[in-house]
Design a protein around this ligand. Sequence first.
Ligand SMILES: Cc1ncc(COP(=O)(O)O)c(C=O)c1O
Ligand SMILES: [Zn+2]
Length: 421
Amino acid sequence: MHYEKLMRDWSGAGRGGGFALACIVCGRAAENDRASRCGHCGGAVDAIHDIGAVSLDPGPSPLRRYFDLLPVRRRKNLFWFGDGNTPCHAAEGFGRRTGLPHLFLKNESTNPTRSTKDRIASVALSRFSELGVGHLVTASTGNSSTAYARGVQLIDGIEMALFCGRGYHHRLNYPDHPTVATHLVDGDGPAVAAAARRFAERTGAVCEGGFFNLARREGLKLAYLEAFDQLPEPPDYVFQAVGSGTGLLGGYKGAVEYRLLGRLPALPRFMAVQQEGCAPMAAAFREGALSIEPRHIVAAPRGPAEAILCGDPAASYPYVRHACRTSGGRILAVGTDEIRAVRDLLEETEGIQVCHSSATALAGAVRMRREGGLPARARVLVNLTGGDRVGWPTPQRFTVVDPRVRGAGAGVRSGARGDEG
Ligand SMILES: Cc1ncc(COP(=O)(O)O)c(C=O)c1O
Ligand SMILES: [Zn+2]
């Protein structure tokens, strides 16, 4: 991965700000503004900002504050849905109980739909709208769809189809709306992604891209930039719960940018945390594997951290591995009991309620400290990426997609509540 070299090449030389789109694997320029993968090698395309021209705006909107580090060309195209500006505070009580005296928590559960994914909605919808995209389709385990649905409902000009496994319906928390279409798929993660792709082919909707949507990574990056600006001293370690690793790679890119800007003295060690019931990246990393092999794939992902149940992260693993390795971090997995205990302790000591995915990241730090892999003096930042949404609505109008039925449109039947049996 070539972030640093690309950024150095693009910076200065009188380019006058802005960003270029380039493949972070082979370094070639992207074929066009909408390309999310390299036409040459298939690598992820990213926005390479002119670091020499970055200035930060002190205003209330994180999108304006970090505009020079966002993949949007004109400020007038920004949509901000009120996300960000989340607290980052010293967790002294929790730290005392776990031997982590310099522990800081970035509490992303205070975002409008209780997860860091609200940042994706703002940045990605700004970018898609600037690119003239009016119809999007995506697949998720609930949090990003909920954030997107809220964003789409707040603006004109973009409609969106949201695909999700039927078992995750309770995690879709938005009311019915004319510009949001909900599709529940009878199947697992790959079946949901395939159904979304087929829908795009049939309707001409643009696939939002998931991990390969650079605006997702740039949106999630903002949690880190804010935290770096809020912390009294730069972190030595950061911990993030990882499903696909989109958030982790965004944070890593932000750290590289901040280091080049002189706002961080060094990269913190990036620690990616999974749960034992679904830890394909941790398994591959432990073996030193360069890619996810069939033996690492988890066919039936399980565990309390539902947002990170991604059994086959083959496409994103090499990027996550690189970010963790080059920063001196690693990918690890923690058990269900550890996740539950940490979640309870956080509520008891800090009064913060988070989801099991957030607790997974924190449990990673606790585990490493206990096992001696984290010195007591280390400054540790944990990204608490979300909280549970209790008592929120779920869409009542949806279609049910049966992936076993082949053919365009086949296997789709209209649903309404009650259709779920
Ligand atoms: C609360 C929460 N934490 C962590 C993640 C992990 O995200 P990623 O797929 O970027 O690794 C997600 C993704 O849905 C999430 O919703
Ligand atoms: Zn390439």
